[in-house]
Design a protein around this ligand. Sequence first.
Ligand code: XIL
Length: 386
Amino acid sequence: MKFNILSFRLFLNTTLFTCFFLSSCKFSKQNTDVGLDTIPSLSKLYENDFYIGTAVSTSKLADSTYSATIVKHFNSVTAENVMKWEKIHPQPGVYNFAAADSFMAFAEKNNMHIVGHVLVWHSQTPDWVFQDAKGKLVNRDTLLNRMHDHINTIVGRYKGRVHCWDVVNEAIGDDSEMRKSQWYNIIGDDYVQKAFEYAHNADSSAMLIYNDYSLPTASKRNAVVQLIKKLQSKGIKVDRVGMQGHYHLDYPFLYELDSSIAAFANLGVKVSITELDINILPFPSEKFDADIGMKFEMNDSLNPYVNGLPDSMQVVLANRYADFFNIFLKYKENIDRVTLWGINDGQSWLNYWPIPGRTNYPLLFDREYQPKQAFWKLVELAKENN
Ligand code: XIL
């Protein structure tokens, strides 16, 4: 299997490299200054299928082009960072709600479907959460109390207003076993169950999501199926499996994505595509994970498109988006939302993860907010399907 994947990557890399040269290094802008009023709204085109969401960086909302693009094309928003533990609850007993409140105000003013991200995760969570005043690890009861206080306070504050919560993020590790995070090490594997119980008790009307990456990979898919089944057998309410969707040109295989959506739908939960972007740059690891702790050194061969993306690659990206959306449309009864992880290429986290300082092109709008070929391809696809 590993051999096959590596051979496929080699084939794809060679093909892409050839495309790059055949394109004669032509870098053309997709459209010259296409005004927002003159183009169709993506979320309207897909409104009978699923929400089209985006991650919002609250500090950018003051930029009118940024916010107008969101309002025009997206009907669901996820807080990219401001509801994460390190931001909203940076110190014991200290909650900073200002940024999350302004995210909520923007979302509510524009009647958006609102996703809260994220309650329990091993990343972007301060060390103090797991330690006592002397830096020693706390015991299970203390950590459960802290988790309860955190979830109850935040979910309680936005009760009836945040429609969906990413309750637990990335509980399954890359070995497809329970990730040995501090949550797991200190509380045990029922920490996932407890988080869902606390969230449900704080707002019984909110949809609760288990969210993770690399879910098209069969071993991880199976681990998540087992996890959800176990929660269901205990009567725990889990409404959605969130498939992050940090994808590549050569990951995942489409049949694997298809199989995972089918497997989750079979559990009776809906699937949300929660963080879609397509990394077109060489990936420096054999594993296609999306662990934000991963970091690699920069070198020029890993950053081939600093001067723009050649047309040939725009086409490759557009076709990859269409391949994914074809599968999402096939499962539209089972998918409630497809959320892009950002608006324009210049703002994507993939410019600094897993290698800081690269020039990436993973989204639907270019650095000037102009729609890319990928955008037009999705417009075309929506029209064909309606
Ligand atoms: C990323 C944000 O986009 C960045 O701005 C931040 O610096 C790191 O986190 N999986 C997740 C998201 O669940 O919260 C991460 O978001 C991307 C990977």
